[in-house]
Design a protein. Sequence first.
Length: 675
Amino acid sequence: MRHPAEPRAPVAAALLMILLASGGLDAAAAQSPASSGAGAAITSRYDPHEVFDPTWWKQPGTIYRSGSGQPGPEYWQNRADYSIRATLDPEGHRLDGDVVITYTNESPDSLAFLWLQMDQNRVKAGSRPLRATPAAPGQETRGYELRAVEVERNGSTSPADYVVDGTRMQVRLDRPLAPKGGALKLHVSYSFEIPAQAGRMGWTGSRNGPIYDLAQWFPRMVVYDDVRGWNTLPYLGSGEFYLDYGDIDYAVTLPWDYLVVGSGALENPEEVLTATERRRLERARGSDRTVTIVGQDEVGSPDTRPTGSGALTWRFSMKNTRDVAFAASPAFIWDAARIQLPDGGRSLAMSVYPVEEAGDSAWSRSTEYTKAAIELFSRDWYPYPWPAAINVGGPVTGMEYPGIVFDGMRTRGKGLWSLTAHELGHQWFPMLVGSDERRYAFMDEGINTFIDVYASEEFNQGEYAPKRDGEYAPGGGNPAEEILPLLQDPAAPPVLSYADAVPGRYRHPVEYFKPAFGLVLLRDRILGRERFDYAFRRYIRRWAYKHPTPQDFFRSIEDGAGEDLGWFWKEWFARNWSYDVAVTGVEYVDGDPSKGALVTLLNKDRMVFPVALRATEAGGEVIDVAVPVEAWQDGASFSAYVPSNARLQSVTADPGRVLPDSDRSNNGWKASGAD
């Protein structure tokens, strides 16, 4: 029964909706009058049952992962603690190490074997990863060279039964590791040749000596979880990492003239730093301005080191982390400033880089950028948890590890800000929220690019805003329009693809740009900032130092925002559909402009969004109408009521051009004779 005040839909639109709802007209063949009213046919590919599908990902929650998107009452994850002693030999570009891994099985399963990640074998000559994704010329090495692998239980150590397959090593136990608290120690002695600029780690030369960016530098445990058991996808180079949390203590011995910066806290500054450097470092802890620790004119001077010969051992520790990395060189300028956190805590922003890359247009602003990025992300989302955030200007151009990032010494200007902010954003995704990067790259790259958008908007009153770079709207224009070629490309994979299964030409569009822009739409156009931000912050708190899946992310946002977003997750993340909404006609209620108008919209393509309508009356008054997404649940056509009091001059769908509409030529209607 129609309420007396409810406007009547135009006959054509009402008939169309009845036919669609009854199945008498297929959505793909739906027709509606053209915007001119001439009756031209406009077809639609839209199927509401395909978009509003209640079954496609809504599996029941479990005792480990709740249906609300939070860890379940019996959520568990295993723990890996590491004690590492390593020696860096610059003459031979080699690292020799001994690691003791204390592995605790918190799962309900007995484990008959363990798996370790052997990432240096990615560039081992003849290895499976190298055959699958060849390295650049000159990067091939012998991979990990193992001297010993041993298992220790109850103080007794014995040689391990192990098999190495590419970037993975299986250790077969003589008796299973007990569930719910069983622990043992693995001792691994190893060495490897450090490749030159091998993507995520390596070394290069500089005016004052070599620079080493060291990562994937020790065998690490493969994650065993409640979703898949052992996550043994090989490291092929594109897909990144998935790691358990624990405490890591590590010591690096190398020549006396090398400066070392690493994840976590330096534990023996009195042994490796001069009194002058320690005083300057203490001053930096209380300064919002960059303080020089080792200046340009001091690089290479024996006065900057506590000894003038032999070797020094640098000791670091990091709590509750999934990994550690470090950089070392005799060529580093070093500066620092304090980071002020919203919970009252403090951390330290630091940068190291060679003298040839100094200057305000280059790396001399790095610590300023590091401080700003960490403070913005901490204020907006979750306080930074570690004692330092370090930006390294070395051979690796853009790679992140807990507490330290490698950002390419030749990067400068806006590019250095963008790279610094992005890599430091990874301290939240995935260093804090520990997702599986190898399977779900969007959970670190895309979500991180999303938070970068807003940090760049604010940094230094918009000095480098808006974010327009290789990660987001690389053409420098409207992201809603720049994303269209991807949405219209039938060969483009969906966001929910394994990282190594995304071809190189699609990597940044699919893993960075599309998920980031989708979350911008979700925050700014679908939920609104207040609801989204509340839900997003709860997601971070729920999954800090844990292992969420995409489903956990989707459910947690829905739970915190109070919105069923299954249609959005499906069309944007699981499919590569396109979007096109058209204004197909305007009629006045009872033919009387003073009673308002009915604007007929047609959803022509497979994707759906809430629609903003802007109507302008002949006298110039503007009326904005929000059409919710539920308008599209029962068909491809919808008639939206506009509470006008006079004849309309024009109507425009998406007047702000914020939606990725593939054909804006049909987004408007103009009255006959209107300009």
